[in-house]
Design a protein around this ligand. Structure first.
Ligand code: ATP
Ligand code: MG
Length: 345
């Protein structure tokens, strides 16, 4: 996926005949890294939320431009997913956190629009059920981790345990934790446990990418008002969401603290400017594409035994019963796969 960042000054296109410049994989990844660089946090030390402007669009000038790049990103992601599925070793965990109306659902829908649904699972985590409350807080998310070869999306996650539960400490009190384990260090302890869990997953072959869609309080208000004004959006509005707005400062502090404590090279946070949805979707798509590309996935090599099996299959297809119908056909040599679909799932 090429991006508008860092145009090559040496290449001058003739005005009359604009030719799309083909960029190699390395150059493409470099471009994407430049786009992502201000938003990617791999070491939380010194991270400040106020350094990231929710309105930023980093040189992408218009929705149309972003949509073009997004379409290319979605197409490339579908190709990579096919390899991920075929290789069946890595699992990909994409985790989304945000205040209400930041655009989590839309980002997930748009970015994953090209991928094969069979290789992708989405889980939304709401207030825990009584069965979930009967277990440790990582239980419900652990059960929902994607299998190897698949992409798993968490719409909210175990991070709610250091967000909503921290902002409203009566929730903590309603959890079934033994009282003597609730100390002043509980949030730090949860950061440690989450970081350890993510390190474990990374060592088990999970690519973990975490997204905080960073919307401004002002943009949230506009979106809430739109939900009130438009009958097709009324269903999205809940009074509880408006109530949570009252705790904005505490949520932002909780986000900043958790990003500081849990950003790591093997589990980076992307703090995505989200006041313009077209930009946040582009950043999310670019980050996912970049993360999966870095795995340098390849289709599994066919060994000699498999080659013989394929030859036998060809011979059988070319054999007596099939020959009549397919006269003159079916003699082609092995072909490259035609499309990026993860068939055979
Ligand atoms: P949308 O509003 O777009 O449908 P949503 O993710 O906001 O999506 P809701 O049903 O509105 O879904 O909200 C889920 C609620 O569940 C959030 O307020 C969230 O803070 C809360 N929640 C999630 N995990 C926990 C948890 N572990 N403990 C308590 N509350 C939680
Ligand atoms: Mg909600």
């Amino acid at each position: 996926m090429s991006t508008p960042v860092d145009p090559d000054p040496d290449v001058k296109e003739p005005a009359s005949e604009p030719k799309p410049k083909r960029r190699g994989r390395k150059e493409r990844l470099k471009d994407i890294e430049k786009l992502l660089e201000p938003y990617r946090v791999t070491d939380g030390k010194g991270f400040r939320l106020s350094d990231i402007d929710p309105r930023s669009t980093r040189g992408v000038k218009s929705k149309e431009e972003a949509t073009r790049y997004l379409a290319e990103g979605v197409r490339r992601l579908a190709q990579d997913q096919d390899k991920l599925y075929a290789q069946d070793q890595w699992g990909v965990l994409l985790l989304f956190q945000a205040m209400d109306a930041a655009g989590k659902d839309g980002a997930i829908r748009h970015v994953m629009s090209g991928v094969n649904p069979q290789g992708c699972q989405v889980y939304s985590f709401k207030a825990p059920s009584s069965e979930e409350m009967d277990h440790d807080f990582l239980w419900r998310t652990s059960k929902s981790l994607p299998e190897r070869g698949r992409i798993g999306i968490f719409n909210r996650s175990y991070y709610e345990e250091v967000l909503v539960v921290r902002v409203h400490d009566q929730i903590l009190r309603s959890q079934k934790l033994p009282r003597k384990l609730i100390s002043k260090r509980i949030w730090e302890q949860r950061y440690e446990d989450i970081a350890a869990f993510e390190r474990y997953l990374a060592r088990q072959g999970y690519l973990i990418l975490k997204f905080f869609l960073h919307v401004s309080k002002k943009a949230q208000k506009e979106r809430f008002l739109e939900r009130l004004d438009r009958s097709d959006k009324n269903w999205k509005f809940s009074l509880a969401d408006a109530r949570e707005r009252g705790y904005w400062g505490r949520y932002m502090k909780a986000y900043e603290d958790l990003i500081r404590a849990t950003a790591a090279p093997h589990a980076p946070w992307y703090v995505v400017p989200a006041d313009r949805k077209w930009f946040s979707r582009l950043v999310v798509a670019a980050a996912i594409y970049h993360g999966i590309e870095e795995l340098d996935l390849k289709y599994p090599k066919v060994d000699e035994a498999k080659k013989r099996e394929l030859q036998q299959a060809r011979a059988a297809l070319d054999g007596a019963g099939e020959k009549k119908k397919g006269k003159g056909k079916g003699k082609k040599k092995d072909k490259e796969p035609e499309s990026g679909g993860a068939d055979g799932a």
